[in-house]
Design a protein around this ligand. Sequence first.
Ligand code: NAP
Length: 242
Amino acid sequence: MKYALVTGGSRGIGRAICVKLAEMGHYIIINFASNTEEAEKTLAMVREKGGDGEIMKFNVGNQSEVETMLGGWLEKNPDKCIEVLVNNAGIKKDQLLMWMSNDEWNSVLDTNLGGFFNVTRLIIKGMLVKKYGRVVNVVSLSGLKGLPGQTNYSASKAGVIGATKALSQEVGRRNITVNAVAPGFIKTDMTEGINEKDFKQLIPMARFGTSEEVAEAVGFLASEKASYITGQVLSVNGGLYS
Ligand code: NAP
C-alpha cells in the first residue's frame, strides 16, 4: 500500500488532490483543521474511486498538535511509509500592511510556512530511510509575484518556495523530489468573495481554474513519472503571471 498525506484535504484544492491520488492507487490520510463533515465527504469521494484512507484532524501550524496526531500515527505504524506528502493547507487574511494586526501576520505565517516545516520534518525522515519520496507544496502566484493586500500571504508562500528549493537539494541523493505548484485564481471557498467577471480579462485563458486542474499537476509531480524533476515551481494559472 502506498501512503499519501494531504494537508487541508477536506475542501477545495486539497479535496481534488485526495481524489486524484486515490485514483493513482494511494491510501490517503486526509488532514483538516476543523471541518469534520467535509473531511468525511472527501473520504467518501476517495472510496467512490475504489480507494481508501482516513481522516486526521490537526492544525498544521500547531507544532505540538502535529507531533501528537501525526507523530502518534507514525509511531503506531512503523511499517508504513508515507511516500507522498502534499503540503496544501493554507489560509489568507488579506489586509494592507499598514493596517495589519499581529494576528493577521502571525496566523498566516504559522499556518502556511510553519505548517510546511512542522509536517515535512516528521515525514521526510521515513522517506530518507526508504530512499524514495515525493513532496509537493501548494504555493501561489502571490508568492511568486507578490500581491497588494497580501504581504503576509505572499511572504508565507515565497518562504515555502525557498524552502522547496533548499530541501530539494538536501534530499535529492535519496531519490526524494520536492516541488511546488503555484495556482492562480482557482474556484474554491478561498476565492468565494472574488468576482470572476472582474478578473477574468486579466487572465489569458479568460477564466478561473478548477481544483481538479491543480490536482492534475500535483498528481504528476507526486508520481514516479516525475522522477527527474525537483526544486521546481509549476504554475497552474491560465497564463496569468505579470
Ligand atoms: P480552502 O477551500 O479555503 O480550503 C482550505 C483547506 O485547508 C481546508 O481543507 C481547511 O480545513 C484546511 N486548513 C486551513 N487551515 C488549516 C490548518 N491550520 N491546519 C490544517 N488544515 C487547515 O482553500 P483552497 O483554495 O483549496 O486552497 C488550498 C491551497 O491552495 C492553500 O494553500 C492556498 O493558499 C492555495 N492557493 C489557493 C488559490 C485559490 O485561488 N483558491 C490560489 C493559490 C493558492 P477545514 O475544512 O477544516 O477548514
